[in-house]
Design a protein around this ligand. Structure first.
Ligand code: PEP
Ligand code: MG
Length: 325
């Protein structure tokens, strides 16, 4: 089986009916780039930069960010790199930022990710400046985590614009057209996906948090693991809204949550119109094997029929419905 999968690396990533799919990797460490390349990733759809902040007592500065991103770009040989800005909080901690208020009762609903960055711009600015400077060295995209409203995006975009002016003054290069995107991983973001898409160059659905926040189910709590259901009708509706918003506004929509790398859901997601999947590198060829053998036209017709009664279906009905397409 390993040999059969390896042989897929050089095959074009196209469905049986000729639809091109983008397969990208989620990375946490620069060293994992090799694994992404070996498995045929078209690029990095999610670089989780929290690891730059972890297991140390100080904060990384602009030069350290830049050194990390430029090494990654060099290793990627022209493949695009999507750098997610700092997403610290709850499941990802940093000693240098430990503070008395951090033991609140609902940390997943607290000061984390983009909220923390907007509240403490001195944390955000060195990273954004480094991402901008990296965009002069190769294809870089900047991605904002845990967005809940367009106001956060407007504030983040204003900071990015201000830092570009600063770089101009400093005589440092950047790509003025560097794409800026938002993660859709909170129900409020999915429900307002059109307004978000109007401001962004791309969207990426983060199902790990989207499921946690929609189903009120802690992603790290084993006691409620059985309720963490990616194919819950509410999750599928939010995914569908996001894909439709992207289509209406001509803004690419990908998925970088675990669901994108879970072979049980590939055919369903293709049927719903998803064309960009980002996952841990070890899953890339398993997913590729499925999509090479998929007929997107038939899957889309099946999805459309099922969505008419989606609220009545449970995940096992739904997944078995896609097995026979
Ligand atoms: C997600 O929430 O789906 C996601 C991709 O981000 P993370 O797992 O890093 O929170
Ligand atoms: Mg997330």
């Amino acid at each position: 089986r390993q040999g059969r999968l390896r042989a897929l690396v050089s095959r074009p990533t196209r469905t049986r009916d000729g639809v091109e799919i983008r397969l990208q990797a989620n990375l946490e460490l620069a060293e994992d780039v090799e694994l992404a390349k070996i498995n045929g990733a078209h690029g990095v759809g999610l670089y989780r930069t929290e690891f730059l902040y972890m297991n140390r007592s100080d904060l990384p500065d602009e030069e350290e960010h830049l050194a990390d991103y430029s090494a990654m770009l060099a290793a990627l040989d022209g493949r695009p790199l999507t750098i997610r800005t700092l997403d610290l909080g709850v499941d990802k901690h940093c000693e240098a930022l430990a503070r008395p208020g951090s033991n609140v009762s609902n940390p997943a609903l607290g000061l984390r990710a983009i909220r923390l960055c907007l509240k403490e711009p001195e944390l955000f600015r060195p990273q954004v400046r480094a991402i901008l400077r990296a965009s002069a060295l190769g294809p870089v995209r900047l991605m904002l985590p845990l967005v809940t409203s367009v106001h956060e995006l407007d504030r983040a975009l204003a900071i990015i614009a201000e830092l570009k002016r600063q770089l101009d003054r400093d005589g440092l290069a950047y790509d003025d057209a560097m794409p800026v995107g938002a993660m859709i991983e909170v129900p409020s973001a999915a429900l307002t996906a059109r307004a978000i898409a109007r401001r962004m160059d791309f969207l990426s659905i983060g199902t790990n948090d989207l499921i946690q926040y929609t189903l009120a189910t802690d992603r790290l709590d084993d006691a409620v693991n059985d309720l963490f259901d990616p194919a819950h009708p509410a999750i599928l509706r939010l995914i569908q809204l996001t894909i439709e918003a992207g289509r209406a506004l001509n803004v690419p929509v990908g998925m970088c949550g675990e669901m994108a790398g879970d072979p049980r859901f590939t055919r369903l997601l293709l049927g719903m119109g998803l064309r960009e999947f980002s996952m841990q590198p070890g899953a890339l060829l398993d997913i590729k094997e499925i999509l090479l053998d998929s007929d997107v036209g038939a899957l889309a017709r099946r999805a459309e029929r099922l969505f008419a009664q989606i609220d009545e279906l449970d995940s096992s009905d739904l997944l078995s419905a896609f097995e026979s397409v």
